[in-house]
Design a protein around this ligand. Structure first.
Ligand SMILES: Nc1ncnc2c1ncn2[C@@H]1O[C@H](COP(=O)(O)OP(=O)(O)OP(=O)(O)O)[C@@H](O)[C@H]1O
Ligand SMILES: [Mg+2]
Length: 508
């Protein structure tokens, strides 16, 4: 009989075996994914201090791997918050370790991205990564490390402490990886361009393996307020979460427990809920039996009087910044931006922002270029699986006088304490009905404004054509009529043309 063997694998081992689900599918996509993961960490790190990000990325050639792929050195430097020295090894050498497992709007979500990049580098080049960081104190810490994949632990190969005379604050990550830059180049450049579009307060510098410099300079020093951490909303909780909260709570009665651990639950709502669920307000949550916790969870979901999630913990881009970004990167003739009111799915608040740009340097392609963003990250791959694309395709654009051959570009941005990504590669967003509905409403609102602009422009164009015809033929008509009437002097038609013009302008 065949013998079955059972074994357990670590989280690092899992992602080592299944790196495709994190976006590290092939040498071209891997180099793109590594770059974006590090850039996103740097943006988060600067924004958490409300410091306008200064990010420097350099990809340099470091040797041949095969006929198609090469070894590159990737270096990313930032002016962010820095990593405290005791956390550097795990933050960069232990999969599923991070500081962003919070209900807070951030780019990072999984505690995985940076490590996936380093892990990919390690398995393709067998070399360690170098991390240099300081939180702005008197010392700078340098670590050389690898990931012990089987144990999911950092392996520290070298550690140095340097004096920080200038009180530099930030992080530098450098490692080698195999990749196909020339195939990935269009996507990487597009990534920087779109990142600049939704982060117009960031300075991004990219030096590519040929030494070409791409600079995306900030157009504003104004930054959105840093997002705040929030508590779970009662509609989104499950038994596991309740059990965890009960374990850590210092509160000894249900009233205080509900008021202190849930989003938008004040004294009045808590009292109403306890009456509704028939639970004593003095009951100690730590004494709830398992079946009572299950019942509590069901009652929380049933109670209709909880306030909807409050979006003050979110930090959307805002109409002004979105407009500035679109104008800067797409250079359209006209742009309309629209921010929807906050909404929620499964207890998570979210805000949708959309922009429709028209004319100028936007190309006529036969399909609309779609720019998708989530928590200020551009999403470039797997467009067809994204909720925004499904919504855009379902809108009847002709109703708004918009046809696919027009130079129209569409941007959608969702910001949330929890973006419903479909994979850990963060490339496309799940089709949550609430999210889809908000995107559709936002786009319809923006499309109506574009329609007004197009109608006005069409009218002006038509009148200008008419005036062109008038000014071409009126002199001739005047001349012939003068001849026919036997008059020597042709009448002055300027006055007539002026009156037609001013009449038309008034109408427009
Ligand atoms: N440039 C940086 N500056 C400051 N802290 C950083 C930087 N890069 C990484 N970190 C820290 O390391 C942690 C792990 O980063 P990693 O990219 O692996 O995961 P994440 O950003 O938390 O989530 P995600 O998998 O969604 O990227 C972060 O949570 C953050 O605390
Ligand atoms: Mg990250």
């Amino acid at each position: 009989m065949a013998k079955t063997t059972f074994e357990e694998i670590s989280a690092a081992d899992f992602f080592y075996r299944n790196r495709d689900i994190a976006g590290f599918t092939n040498p071209s996509r891997a180099i793109f994914a590594a770059t974006r993961e590090l850039v996103e960490n740097s943006l988060d790190a600067a924004e958490s201090l409300k410091t306008p990000p200064d990010i420097y990325v350099r990809l340099s050639f470091d040797g041949e791997a095969s006929s198609e792929t090469k070894i590159y050195k990737l270096r990313v430097e930032d002016n962010g918050i820095g990593v405290p020295p005791r956390h550097i090894p795990s933050a960069f050498g232990q999969v599923l370790f991070g500081s962003k497992y919070k209900l807070k709007q951030q780019r990072g979500t999984f505690g995985l991205g940076g490590k996936m990049a380093i892990l990919y580098g390690q398995i393709t080049t067998h070399q360690p990564a170098c991390i240099i960081s300081s939180t702005g104190v008197s010392k700078i810490y340098m670590y050389k490390l690898m990931i012990d994949i089987r144990r999911n632990r950092p392996l520290i190969l070298d550690r140095k402490v340097l004096i920080n005379k200038e009180r530099w604050r930030g992080t530098i990550v450098e490692f080698n990886l195999e990749g196909d830059y020339f195939r990935a180049m269009p996507k990487i450049l597009e990534y920087f361009k779109q990142t600049a579009m939704v982060n117009p307060y960031a300075n991004l510098t990219f030096v590519d393996p040929k030494g070409r410099l791409y600079k995306f300079t900030r157009v504003t020093m104004e930054m959105p307020d840093p997002p705040k951490e929030t508590l779970p909303h009662p509609y989104g909780v499950d038994v596991e979460l309740l059990q965890r909260l009960i374990q850590v709570t210092p509160h000894r009665n249900m009233m205080e427990f509900l008021r202190n651990h849930f989003h938008r639950v004040g004294e009045i709502t808590a009292r109403k809920f306890l009456e509704f669920a028939n639970i004593r307000s003095s009951k100690n949550p730590k004494k709830l039996a398992h079946n009572e916790i299950v019942r509590l969870m069901r009652m929380l979901k049933k109670f209709r009087e909880f306030l909807p999630p409050d979006a003050s913990c979110l930090s959307p881009l805002g109409e002004e910044l979105l407009r500035a970004g679109v104008l800067k990167e797409l250079k359209p003739e006209f742009v309309v931006v629209h921010q929807r009111r906050p909404s929620a799915y499964a207890g998570h608040p979210f805000i949708i922002e959309v922009a429709i740009a028209y004319g100028g340097e936007i190309p006529k392609r036969g399909t609309f270029p779609i720019y998708r963003f989530a928590n200020r990250i551009p999403l470039l791959y797997d467009e067809a699986s994204d909720v925004s694309v499904r919504v855009i395709n379902s809108i009847n654009w002709r109703r708004y006088k918009v046809t696919p051959d027009m130079p129209v570009a569409i941007a959608t941005h969702i910001c949330s304490t929890k973006i419903p990504y479909k994979t850990v590669g963060k490339e496309f967003i799940a089709d949550r009905p609430e999210v889809g509905r908000e995107i559709a409403n936002g786009l319809r609102g923006a499309a109506r404004q574009l329609q007004r602009f197009l109608t006005r422009r069409e009218h002006v164009d038509r009148e200008q054509r008419r005036l062109g015809i008038f000014s071409k033929y009126l002199p001739k008509i005047a001349q012939f009529s003068a001849q026919l009437a036997g008059k020597e002097k042709t009448p002055d038609i300027k006055k007539l043309l002026w009156s037609v013009k001013s009449f038309e302008t008034e109408k427009a």
